[in-house]
Design a protein around this ligand. Sequence first.
Ligand code: 4GX
Length: 248
Amino acid sequence: MHIDILTLFPEMFDGPLTESILKRAQENELLTIRRHNIRDYTTGKHHTVDDTPYGGGGGMVMMAEPLVTAVEGVRGDDPQVPVILLTPQGRTLTQKVVQELAAYPRLILVCGRYEGVDERVRQSVITDEISIGDYVLTGGELAAMVIVDAVARLIPGVLGARWGAEEDSHAMGLLEYPHYTRPPVFREQAVPDALLSGDHGGIERWRRREAIRRTWQRRPDMLLTANLSEDERWFLADLAEADAPPPG
Ligand code: 4GX
């Protein structure tokens, strides 16, 4: 997977890209990331990237020329590559969207600043718009980092052989079961017997049930589409009888 990031602040990405899993993915060439400073695509001697909005009102707008030139320069003559603008107006990022993005060999992420980008940038070069959630950031950079992180861990080999991404809670349609590690008793709280049994069938059954319990408690909406066995449906019916889901 190759990802190009267009931004006015390429150094903002230093931290996330140079630690841990994203660092190793790049070292192993499973992931290549190029950051491009939009300011490098300006022509004037002041290297201006923003201007005041037509019609007045406060704030600034990112100019069309530097952004469109940057996208065209980076994209080359490949019309297939998704050019994604990070914006609260985009479709909301979910694990399903992450899976969709991870299937492309290449992505271009465009990070806006200020009040946004000249509408003609959208019309000229943007093929998709994504929001990472209903709140307002100071720019698209953190949203782009979230996308890079979530997509990278789906690339085969990035998480290592032992741990695939198929078992991810949101890929399974359930929240995760509770995890424990040593010691067996911490401040009088014991690890559940089922996990100490060594009975792998019993452990799997316990984990599935606890995942269902937690999903019922915290995200009952997810159970509408979860893939449950007959036995698990009975378990859920018992949960629902014992207590109603929390409000909301
Ligand atoms: N999920 N922001 C982008 C400036 C902007 C506005 C419109 C392009 C078009 C955000 C989010 C987010 C704030 C990033 C406004 N750029 N991005 N920025 N939530 O809040 O992705």
